[in-house]
Design a protein around this ligand. Structure first.
Ligand SMILES: N[C@@H](CCC(=O)N[C@@H](CS)C(=O)NCC(=O)O)C(=O)O
Length: 215
């Protein structure tokens, strides 16, 4: 029975397992979670505590939370591991993954969430705080990313997290020119990431702040 990945192609946290599966050349069936697939919405609600995607089903194994899904995929497949086998590098990969999730994707999601509310209910202070938080993360990450990828020159789980986080964060609050912006550009050129970006392209019209006319 094929692996089933539940999610939506435009969702930042779903990009992480998509990129991981493409990196590791793992076949899967994509289960679209939207109003047109109510059966998938029902399954998703059972799989995740909040109903948020992604989730992975592999027979009796049911995994939610993007990093757990990526780690699961990392046990399958043949190419180089996304969690380095060397413990110190593995720790750095997990650390940077947390940073991208919590301090880049997190504030980005807050800005998007405010834009989804009716205008008179938007919390502009929350938006300003999220942008200030992004500025701090951008400055810190610019000092950290000195090589091709987040952990030296090996593509890891941290790059799976960085790609969607930096992609959308730059849309809501520009990343200044420099190391981090260049890293975003490199990520977008990686075939697994380029494929994921392309598959999400048809849904850009749903971006509540208006998608820019660029990647
Ligand atoms: N901690 C979760 C976060 C997942 C998450 O934020 N998912 C978003 C998509 S990027 C979602 O499902 N949004 C739809 C919703 O909240 O209904 C993970 O790592 O998987």
């Amino acid at each position: 029975m094929a692996l089933e990945l539940y999610g939506h192609p435009f969702a930042a946290f779903v990009w992480k397992p998509l990129i991981a599966a493409y990196e590791r050349q793992i076949p899967f069936v994509f289960r679209m979670v939207d109003q047109e697939h109510p059966e998938n919405l029902t399954t998703m609600a059972e799989l995740s505590p909040t109903g948020q995607f992604p989730a992975l089903v592999d027979g009796d194994s049911k995994i939610t939370q993007s990093n757990a899904v990526v780690e699961y995929l990392d046990r399958l497949g043949k190419s180089e591991r996304l969690i380095p086998t060397e413990p110190v590098l593995a720790l750095r990969a997990r650390m940077l993954t947390d940073v991208f999730d919590a301090y880049v994707a997190g504030p980005m999601q807050q800005i998007v969430a405010e834009a989804l509310r009716p205008k008179d209910q938007q919390d502009l202070r929350r938006v300003a705080e999220a942008k200030a938080s992004l500025d701090k993360a951008y400055a810190w990450l610019s000092q950290q990313i000195k090589n091709n990828w987040a952990v030296e020159d090996t593509f890891t789980i941290a790059d799976c997290a960085a790609a969607p986080a930096l992609f959308y964060a730059d849309w809501v609050h520009s990343i200044p020119d420099g190391n981090l912006k260049d890293y975003r550009t490199r990520l977008l050129r990686r075939p697994s990431v380029a494929r994921t970006v392309n598959e999400a392209r048809p849904y850009r019209k749903f971006f509540p702040l208006g998608a820019p006319d660029r990647d």
